[in-house]
Ligand binder design. Sequence first.
Ligand code: G6P
Ligand code: MG
Length: 214
Amino acid sequence: KIKGLLFDLDGVLVDTAVYHYKAWLRLAKTMGFTFSELQNEELKGISRMDSLDKVLAWGNVQKSAEEKLALATQKNDWYVEMINKMTPAEVLPGALNFLQQAKQAGYKMALGSASKNSATILKNTNLAHFFDAIVDGNSVSKSKPDPEVFLKGAQELALQPQQCVVFEDAEAGIIAAKRGGMKAIGIGDKNILKQADKVVAGLGQLSVKNLEEL
Ligand code: G6P
Ligand code: MG
């Protein structure tokens, strides 16, 4: 029986994916290249440094470790500038309602995000109070598709992986959930989130009752 819900943040609860994309694109442009929205899909769910490696590879650019750190910091400064201005209005359609329903139904809830900026986002969008545990980029060492982030989430909720459902918009995140032994609900496109147990366009398309059918 499902007792715990593990939520990815970017692209599931809030639309920060567009800010990540803007900041990476701006960085790529300073190096003289761009990349597509489809390529951007591959950046979803993976850590900042892994994302940078992919972006640099697309531009055929090589950088030293020191330069990479400076580039990642620049990208993050631009990104933080945008998320500092976020408001509760930027919670994705249906997400607030779903969290409220789930809380009322007694599910335990954890955040499972690769982001090191999750605290800022949760605070500005007023979502922090829903979570019994927060596992983010500051507390994991392996990036999705490694299941570490969700296994830690389940553990912090004192539940077995099989008792948890993961909500994810990234292919890497769905793979992480399945590797971890959890159910996975994809938020987005069925053709991209192939391994998910169920795919919906947004949390607005889902009711807490659907969790019993998984
Ligand atoms: C999320 C996003 C990724 C992002 C990662 C790290 O998983 O989907 O696109 O790269 O978090 O975010 P951060 O805020 O630490 O740079
Ligand atoms: Mg995401």
